[in-house]
Design a binder for this molecule. Structure first.
Ligand code: AVI
Length: 314
């Protein structure tokens, strides 16, 4: 049993309002559902960032200030399948840049997938995937004398509250040397008509992704959630630029979680908060970079201005 999962579920379901962390979405089923989400027509984020890497990689490279005279480390945090990164690698290769690509992930399966994808596209390229905690590995890599470019894409930072994002960037900064760069991919603030469908797709994949958290509690903690009696509930606050997802109980009910030796009562309409997906503008990015020793040196957006990759320097 994953001990921390048990502790967090117990604590989260004892709170008012109830909450569960989105970091627990990604079991095997959840990761497969997230891969499906990224291909949905409503989930514009992936295509928008892909377009940036496909069409504007040379602008990114210019801001990074790397040259083909000197090698550098290209490190990706939570690389996924590498679909977007491959475009950046292609652009770097076309100008004969020398670099070592190191994807870091906590999932061996994800690393295996990215290695396979890269090998298929660039049969001669050597990559050095690292399995484990981002900061632990970055700390080890700090000893390398080469300049670093760290990729944190896909608006993954948006799943953190601003205070958490600021602490994350601070920790990232501590593991970098002066002059190292970060490419931070973020979804931009925009109208509800565009954002909400991305979290409430017509095929119900996002709903299945959210409700899978209850199935995970059923299988890992011996619970009896009936997922038919709960509903995926997406929200978007346009002023604040925050999308939130919750799971709503559609009846009064009680659920038993044997593995935690607890019973949880739900009132009809009661929600469990599961995820925040923050959207950004320059002022929010400045806020999360505050007192981290990091400064914004560039911003590249897609043609619709939906998504941005900020270039940040230590
Ligand atoms: C991983 N993360 C950036 C996604 C997001 O957009 O917040 C996770 C997701 N949740 C629902 N759909 C996608």
């Amino acid at each position: 049993m994953n001990k921390q999962f048990a502790i967090d579920v117990k604590e989260g379901l004892s709170k008012t309002p109830k909450r569960l962390s989105s970091k627990y979405f990604y079991d095997e089923k959840g990761s497969a559902l997230f891969s499906e989400i990224m291909k949905l027509p409503e989930y514009y984020l992936t295509n928008a960032e892909f377009e940036i890497f496909q069409k504007k990689a040379s602008e990114i490279i210019k801001i990074l200030g790397v040259t083909n005279q000197k090698s550098f480390d290209l490190i990706e945090l939570g690389a996924g399948d590498g679909y977007k990164t491959i475009e950046l690698l292609r652009a770097l290769d076309s100008c004969n840049f020398q670099y070592q690509y190191t994807p870091i992930d906590i999932s061996a399966k994800a690393l295996h997938q990215i290695e396979g994808n890269i090998q298929r596209q660039f049969p001669k390229k050597k990559i050095s995937p690292k399995l484990g905690d981002y900061f632990h590995i970055l700390h080890e890599l700090k000893a390398s004398p080469l300049p670093k470019v760290v990729l944190f894409l896909g608006s993954n930072i948006g799943n953190m509250e601003n205070v958490e994002a600021n602490a994350f960037l601070n920790q990232l900064s501590e593991n970098l040397s002066k002059g190292d760069k970060i490419i931070l991919g973020v979804d931009l603030k925009k109208s509800k008509d565009i954002v909400l469908p991305a979290y409430n797709d017509s095929q119900g994949v996002t709903s299945a992704f959210n409700l899978n958290l209850l199935s995970r509690i059923n299988s890992e903690l011996e619970a009896n959630f009936n997922t038919d009696l709960f509903e995926h509930t997406p929200m978007y606050d346009e002023q604040e630029g925050v999308a939130k997802s919750a799971i709503k109980s559609i009846v009064n009910q009680e659920v038993e979680i044997k593995g935690l030796d607890m019973k949880v009562a739900f009132k009809k309409e009661e929600q469990i908060h599961t995820e925040i997906s923050r959207k950004y503008d320059d002022s929010v990015i400045q806020k999360i970079c505050l007192n981290t020793g990091l400064k914004i040196i560039g911003k590249i957006t897609d043609s619709q201005n939906y998504f941005a990759d900020y270039i940040i320097e230590k």
